[in-house]
Structures are given as C-alpha cells and as structure tokens.
Unconditional design. Structure first.
Length: 366
C-alpha cells in the first residue's frame, strides 16, 4: 500500500518535496499533481522504476516524457533545441504543453540513460519534454540530482490515479482535483515548423500566436531611435520575405519598439516621421510605450541603442526572453538625436539602416 501526503494540509511543503526526492533516489515512484492531471515520476537512471511507469495494468505502454523545470532544464536534454521550440517553452512553461522533438538531442541527458530507459523514453529517436505547472514537481526536478521521467496520463484526480495506478505508485502527493481536466497539448517541432500531435488544453490558435518571433527595439523615450529601427526593420523584413508589412504577423513576426523611460501613447518625433518617410517607412501612427517586464520576457530579439540601455535592461529586468544586445555589432552607441536638426536625424537613420540590414537576415531565420 502506498502512502498519501495531503499537499493542502502539510506544514512544510519543502519537507514533502524532500521526502519525494528521497523516494525517487531509492528507485521508487511518486505521483505528483500538475495543472492538468496527475503524473507518475521515476528516476531516469532506474530501469525498473521507469518500466513501472511505462506499462499500465493491462500491459499497454504509456508515453513517457522527460520532466524539466523550464527552458534551462529542457536544454540539458536537447542542447540544440530549435529557436521555435525555445520560444514555445518560454511562453507556455510551466504549463500544459509537451514539446516533442527529434532534433538536437546529441550530447544531452538522454545519452546518459541506461539503454532500457532510453528505449522506452525515446523509442524512435525523438523526445517529449514536459514542465508541469505545480510547485511540488518543479521543486523536485530542481532538487533531484539526475534525470526524471514522467508518465503524463496517470489520471485527472488523485482518486483516478489510485484506481488506475495503485500497482505502479509508492508515494502520492495529493492536491485535490486538477485545475483543468484537459490534457497537455503535444506539439511536434521540426525546425521552423510545428504540428499538433495531440489536442489538449492549448488551442491551435494559441500555439500559432505564441510561436511568432517577437523583435523589440529599445531606446529611452521611444520617440526617435527605436521607432526608426522598428519601421526600417518592418520594411526590410517584409521585402526579404516577399510580403507586405501588414502580413508580417501572419508570417510569424511581430516587430515592436519601446523605451526605458517612455510615456504611454506618445507620437514619434516629427523629424523621425519625416526621415522614415524618405526610406518608405510609416511612423505616422506610432505610439510610444514603456518596456515592461512581460514584454522583455517574450522577446526573441531585444535590440538596444546604447551601452547604457544594455546595462539598465540587464539590471532591472530579471526575466528576459533572450540576451539583449546592441544594434551596432561593434559595440558603439547610437546617439539620441532628440532636439537636433533634420540632418542629425538623417545621420542617425543612415546608421540604424546600415546595422539593420545584416540583422534582418538573422531575424528572418529565427
């Protein structure tokens, strides 16, 4: 008979997690709550424990996944995880998404697994990655010194898990019914493309929206330099993709700009609007916005104008979706033309355009 620990009544949740980790280290299996179902978890270094997860009472095999604590943990399993897969992981994890990838696994944790474990976890050379949205299992993944494997179809409630898997479980952490009865959506990622292997809590529309590449240009007030960079980037990217600027979101690209000290809803500087028009870019409807923590966390490309901007973002924005970088690859600042003559704005535009041309080629590949 397995033991049940009530997560809602324990005095010290960390003690429960430590107990679960001790069980996993000893080669036993643990049932954890997640946002959509209960999951059975075992050490990936213990073939016998993994076999207990893999086969149901009637002998039918269950799909298994590598348990990770987010994108950083996923890279341990798939060192060359594609930019698209990383994007989906950042935006949906922890949560009801299972990434299915057959690319970039070489040199990852799967290479260290016993042959029998690797065979059931990755029978066709692909791998499922799961980062559930529950404190208990995420803390256990971080605390456990080794790979963890989970069976993600163990039951929507603890009662279902006990009924279906009583012979496969040694310890159960019970947190009541799962918030959602829908299973995680399984998304297969191949290069720049994705497809739904199994429908679930995330809709196709949600995945399509969040799979887009987000480019953000940042300056101080978001009225001069970053609007120019946004407008120029949209024009160059649309030309490269052979579409209109309006079609860029449909092609999977959102190009935005923001300011570290910007007001909400301000117009672009008149000189910037005029100079942008000379290049075929339209800033007439631009509205300034401050860079928020959520926006910075979603960016796939976060491009700043000066070293001061770079330092400020690194210091004040703890959650970043990517590593911020200067627009000038040589590390030089793009000087603020605010209050200067039309000629200064024109010189600024020339500099921004020159640095954008190679950058747009990189963005188009992202």
């Amino acid at each position: 008979m397995f033991e049940v620990l009530d997560w809602q009544r324990v005095a010290d949740p960390r003690a429960v997690v430590r107990r679960a980790v001790d069980e996993l280290r000893a080669g036993r299996t643990v049932g954890f709550p997640t946002e959509s179902s209960y999951a059975l978890v075992a050490s990936g270094l213990n073939p016998e424990a993994v076999d207990r997860l893999h086969f149901m009472k009637d002998g039918r095999p269950e799909p298994l996944a590598a348990a990770v604590d987010g994108l950083f943990g996923a890279r341990k399993w798939v060192p060359r995880l594609s930019p698209l897969a990383q994007r989906l992981a950042r935006r949906f994890w922890p949560g009801p998404l299972i990434l299915h990838s057959a690319e970039g696994m070489e040199g990852g944790l799967a290479d260290l697994l016993p042959a029998g474990v690797r065979q059931v976890l990755s029978p066709d050379g692909s791998l499922r990655l799961r980062s559930p949205a529950h404190e208990a299992i995420l803390d256990a993944v971080q605390l456990f010194a080794g790979p963890l494997v989970l069976c993600e179809n163990a039951g929507a409630t603890s009662a279902e898990l006990q009924q279906q898997s009583s012979d496969r479980i040694d310890l159960l952490i019970d947190d009541g019914p799962s918030p959602s009865a829908q299973p995680p959506t399984v998304i297969q990622v191949q290069g720049k493309n994705w497809s739904v292997l199994r429908p679930g809590a995330l809709t196709t529309e949600q995945v399509a929206q969040q799979s887009a590449c987000i480019v953000i240009f940042v300056c101080t007030g978001n009225t001069c330099r970053s609007p120019l960079a946004e407008g120029f980037c949209k024009k160059l990217l649309a030309e490269r993709l052979g579409c209109t600027i309006e079609d860029l979101p449909r092609r999977g690209f959102y190009v935005l700009s923001a300011g570290l000290a910007a007001m909400m809803g301000g117009e672009a500087a008149a000189e910037s609007v005029a100079v942008a028009h000379d290049y075929g870019a339209d800033l007439a409807r631009h509205q300034s916005r401050p860079l928020s923590e959520d926006l910075a966390a979603q960016a796939d490309f976060l491009i700043v104008m000066t070293r001061g901007h770079l330092s400020a973002i690194t210091e004040y924005y703890p959650r970043l979706g990517c590593r911020p970088r200067l627009l000038c690859p040589q590390g030089e600042d793009i000087a603020d033309p605010v209050g200067a003559s039309r000629e200064v704005y024109q010189a600024c535009a020339v500099e921004i355009w020159r640095h954008l041309e190679p950058l747009v080629a990189e963005i188009a590949e992202g």
